[in-house]
Design a protein around this ligand. Structure first.
Ligand SMILES: *[C@@H]1O[C@H](CO)[C@@H](O)[C@H](O)[C@H]1NC(C)=O
Ligand SMILES: *[C@@H]1O[C@H](CO)[C@@H](O)[C@H](O)[C@H]1NC(C)=O
Ligand SMILES: *[C@@H]1O[C@H](CO)[C@@H](O)[C@H](O)[C@H]1NC(C)=O
Ligand SMILES: *[C@@H]1O[C@H](CO)[C@@H](O)[C@H](O)[C@H]1NC(C)=O
Ligand SMILES: *[C@@H]1O[C@H](CO)[C@@H](O)[C@H](O)[C@H]1NC(C)=O
Ligand SMILES: *[C@@H]1O[C@H](CO)[C@@H](O)[C@H](O)[C@H]1NC(C)=O
Ligand SMILES: *[C@@H]1O[C@H](CO)[C@@H](O)[C@H](O)[C@H]1NC(C)=O
Ligand SMILES: *[C@@H]1O[C@H](CO)[C@@H](O)[C@H](O)[C@H]1NC(C)=O
Ligand SMILES: *[C@@H]1O[C@H](CO)[C@@H](O)[C@H](O)[C@H]1NC(C)=O
Length: 494
């Protein structure tokens, strides 16, 4: 995900996640009904954008707004989760139901990886599964962790398993590359874990496949003497997708995706460097990529998408989101889409993703999360920008991936109501299904004589109403869909 060497801003940013600075570099919103402080999602949009919600695991330089966050297409917050370093926040399908998934844990500042768990929440935000990984891992400082799931991948398959990435720090002879024989490297593994039981059903280690993925082909600069506390990171695997016959993995530091057979052996390599790999085509040009996904796979053909960071070293190469058509009979590829915003070129040197929205065709709208650049953009079938959003100041905020998903949730917690200076404020963090509020008065705590006072349409995250003219001792509010009450708040004293 990140490079081994950081621009100063990124370094500060990650430190900031630990709460060392409090300065806000970007406007944020605060509320009366709770402690949420989401950064504003500033949006430009035109007709034709997808109506689903926007999911961003925001990482800010300070703790302010560092949380998984859902916004609507007006930039209004819909949900903010617990304050934590989180990644890969999205809706996935599990046992035929929509679930919310995200990673949270500790980031390794120096190496661009992490150790954590995957949280799987149902449509009431109850955590129904917490996926953990333990194995014989070695870390940079020998410290042990209670779960070793890395930040990069947490993909639920249609067999109700989850694909997760993991990091091992291991000693490796690099004398063939002119480095000491007792050097240390960062190796990438992935695990397929059965969600119901948390049992590992498949395990793959890049180091076991040096015949097809030789260390000599890594593009990542090697230190003179890679040691355990500062090892060489040759692969930087950042996505794993199930395929018909196995998996496809994205290796950022090889500018390549590798198609793996079910037994983990390499079938073919798609390289972004002309002349390398097994697929040829003059437009197969990308580098330092993230998020390789495939669609419409048959024995003869597939469509492949990726986020082309393009510029880890050369900062003047523009980041694009790409879709290729791959003919597996001739082993040739052609470019279907190469998305960028001519009015707002972005140079995201780390992280990022591309999501096809709605029907998975190459002319569908596509949503792009710009990783280290705090931007999201949605493109229509003609490649025009229909929505452009920004949620932080460059170098002070980022997200690993961003998604647009349909999400219908009714939280297990109640709506919040607060009275301040003669105004009642109401909100329901995470609720997507209510469209109006009903406000009631009560003469005493133990009374059931609820008197309706008013109804109000939902306005953004928090709605308010003056009650200075109302003779009430207690107030409660109900979040409603039409005339149906979904949930009452607790009673609040006037
Ligand atoms: C980790 O432990 C091993 C074995 O005890 C030791 O040789 C090595 O120096 C330790 N590494 C670090 C970075 O502390
Ligand atoms: C990690 O590396 C250590 C040291 O080389 C090795 O003993 C251990 O088995 C490796 N762990 C995994 C999960 O491959
Ligand atoms: C892919 O390229 C490698 C290296 O040139 C070669 O060894 C391998 O046979 C090729 N595989 C296919 C499926 O063409
Ligand atoms: C993709 O678009 C970028 C930005 O416009 C451009 O620099 C690059 O050459 C394009 N890539 C291909 C393969 O056409
Ligand atoms: C950096 O990228 C720009 C734009 O793609 C290109 O013109 C230039 O030659 C590249 N420079 C280097 C050193 O690769
Ligand atoms: C998948 O195939 C269908 C039918 O040929 C096509 O309409 C669609 O665009 C393809 N999807 C992608 C992502 O190319
Ligand atoms: C929205 O458009 C304005 C005017 O062109 C521009 O200054 C601003 O940066 C845009 N914001 C986003 C998030 O695209
Ligand atoms: C209010 O309703 C509760 C539950 O239905 C009931 O037990 C209680 O007696 C009622 N109190 C009054 C004052 O009517
Ligand atoms: C109360 O709601 C109105 C209408 O939505 C809004 O303009 C106003 O800013 C809100 N007041 C406060 C203090 O949130």
């Amino acid at each position: 995900m990140w490079s081994a060497r950081y621009p100063a801003g990124v370094f500060l940013l990650l430190l900031g996640c630990l709460g060392s600075t409090t300065e806000a570099y970007w406007p944020y919103t605060s509320f009366k009904t709770g402690p949420w402080q989401p950064p504003q999602l500033q949006l430009n949009k035109t007709a034709g954008f997808d109506p689903s919600l926007i999911f961003i695991p925001i990482r800010n330089e300070n703790t302010l707004g560092t949380a998984v966050t859902i916004y609507d297409n007006d930039g209004e917050m819909v949900y903010q989760g617990p304050e934590a370093a989180s990644m890969d926040f999205r809706v996935q399908r599990l046992f035929g139901e929509d679930v919310l998934t995200y990673w949270s844990g500790e980031l390794e500042i120096g190496g661009g990886y992490g150790y954590g768990k995957v949280h799987i929440l149902d449509k009431t935000y109850q955590e129904i599964h917490t996926i953990t990984l333990t194995d014989k891992f070695v870390t940079a400082n020998n410290e042990t962790r209670d779960s070793y799931i890395d930040v990069h991948e947490h993909y639920i398959t249609d067999r109700n398993t989850i694909l997760v990435s993991a990091i091992n720090i291991t000693q490796h002879d690099l004398s063939s590359l002119g480095r000491p024989s007792d050097s240390w490297i960062t190796t990438n593994l992935f695990y397929e874990i059965d969600i119901a039981t948390n049992e590992v059903v498949f395990k793959w280690n890049a180091l076991d496949h040096q015949d097809k993925i030789p260390l000599s082909e890594s593009r990542q600069w090697i230190y003179t003497y890679p040691v355990q506390s500062m090892s060489w990171d040759p692969y930087h695997m950042n996505s794993i997708t199930p395929t018909k016959d196995g998996y496809i993995v994205s290796m950022r530091f090889y500018w390549s995706g590798y198609y793996l057979n079910k037994d983990g052996t390499v079938r073919w390599q798609l390289s972004g460097d002309i002349g390398n790999g097994n697929i040829t085509g003059k437009d197969l040009r990308f580098s330092w990529q993230h998020d390789i996904r495939i669609y419409n796979e048959t024995d003869e053909h597939l469509v492949l998408s990726l986020f082309n960071n393009a510029n880890k070293v050369n900062k003047s190469s523009e980041t694009t989101a790409m879709l290729f058509d791959i003919d597996l009979t001739t082993m040739t590829g052609s470019l279907l889409r190469n998305l960028s915003d001519p009015t707002d070129p972005i140079y995201a040197n780390t992280q990022g993703n591309l999501q096809i929205l709605g029907e998975e065709t190459h002319t569908s709208n596509m949503f792009v999360g710009y990783g280290s650049s705090p931007n999201v953009k949605e493109y229509n079938g003609k490649g025009e920008v229909v929505l452009s959003g920004e949620f932080g100041a460059l170098e002070h905020a980022m997200s690993y991936r961003a998604f647009k998903n349909k999400w219908e949730a009714t939280p297990f917690w109640n709506p919040a109501a607060v009275i301040e200076d003669g105004v009642v404020y109401m909100s329901w963090n995470g609720a997507t299904e209510y469209d109006n509020w009903a406000i009631y008065s009560l003469p005493s705590l133990d009374s059931n004589a609820t008197q309706p006072i008013n109804t109000l349409p939902r306005t953004g995250f928090e709605t308010n109403m003056s009650i200075t003219d109302i003779d009430a001792k207690f107030i409660k509010v109900a979040a409603r869909k039409g005339e149906t009450i979904l949930r009452f708040s607790d009673l609040v004293e006037v």
